[in-house]
Design a protein around this ligand. Sequence first.
Ligand SMILES: [Zn+2]
Length: 383
Amino acid sequence: MKSVTLRGPGVVEVAEVNEPAVLEGSVIVEIDRCGIGGSDLTSFASGKLPAPAWFGHEWSGRIVEVGAPGDRPEINERFVGERVVGSAPPACGRCRTCRAGFSDLCDVVLEMIIGVDPLADQVGGFSERIRVDARRVARIPEGIDQSDAALAEPASVAAQAVARSSMGLGDLVVVMGGGTIGLLVSELAQLGGASRVVVVDPDAQRRELACDLGADAAFPASNRELGDLTGPISDWLSRAGHGLGADVVFDCAGSGSSLLDCIRIARRGGTAVAVGVAAVTANPNAATPWTQPDAVSPRVIIDKAITLRSSQGYTVRDVRRVLGLMAEDRLRVLPIYDPTPVSLAEVGDALTGLASAPSGWLKPLVQPTMTETTSPTLRRRAS
Ligand SMILES: [Zn+2]
C-alpha cells in the first residue's frame, strides 16, 4: 500500500510500504481523510518526527480488521465497517500520575495522542491503512461525514482548552490566532456561554471566517496595537468589557509574544490560557507578527494578578463531546477545511504551500484513496 514518508527537512515521498498486519488488541483502519496540521508542518520543516506514527494524526476512517482481544475485552465493541476517528485511550490507571489520583492527566493518554502507540506501525494517517491500538479509536456518530470527522482531533484540543480555562457564563473572551484551533476555540467558547468572543488574526480571510462562525468581532494582530492597548481592539474591549479588558484570553497563536499580548489584554484578575504552539516553518518569510520571541515578564503577570493556565492534548471525554456537538450541528467545522481533498502525491505540495504562506490556506484534507491527479485547489494556488 502507499504511504507518505518524511525523508528529511522539506522532503516527503509516496512510498510503497508493507500492509499493516493486525495484532492482538489492535485494529486496522482504512483512512478516508487526514487533516494536515501545524505539527505536521513542523515535522516537515525539521525532517523529524516526535513519534513514528505521528505524521498525519488527524484522521477519520473505517475499521477493516479487528485483532484478537487478548486482555482487552473492550475490543469486542469494535467491528469491521465501523466509522472511527483517532481518539485518546481511557486513562491507564497504572502510570504514576494515575496512581496518584490525577487520571485526567494520565501519562499514557498524553503519549498516545502524540503518537506513542506501541501497537502502531511506522506510518501515520497519510497512508491508505494504519494499525492502531483499539482503545485509541472513537466511533463517528450518524450524521457526521468523514471529512467533518477528521476535524474531531483539533476540535478536541480546543474543547480541552475551553474546559481547562474555567470560563464562566457571560465572560468576555478573546482568542489570539484564527487558525484551526483558534476558530474552534472561538466556537466552543460561544457554546460554553461566553457573552462575547473576539478573534485576533493578521489574515483578513481568517477574520471574516471567524465572524462567519459566530465571533462578535475580529481584529488584525499588531504587537504595538495590542501592547499599548490602543486601536480598534482596545476600543472594542473598553466598550464591551467595561474598560477592564477580557475575562479569558486564549493563546492559539503560540509564540512568546502572543502569550504576552494575551496577558496584556486580559482584565486584572483574568485568565490567560496557552493552547497553541506556532508551527515552525523552514521559510523565515512566513513569520507572522507573533513569531518574534518576546519573553513573558513575571512583572506583567504579577501586575495583572493573572491566572495563567495551559492546556495540552485532550481526553476521550473531549472527543466524545465534540463528536456529539458536531452530530447536533452545533459545532460547525466545514468552513475551516478545504472541501477539495488532496491525494497522497500532493501532500508534499500542500505542505510546501502551507510552509510558505500558512495563513492563506484552509486546512487541507488528504484522501489517500484518491487517484493522483492534481486537485483544482492546488492548481489554483500554484497559479
Ligand atoms: Zn495513567
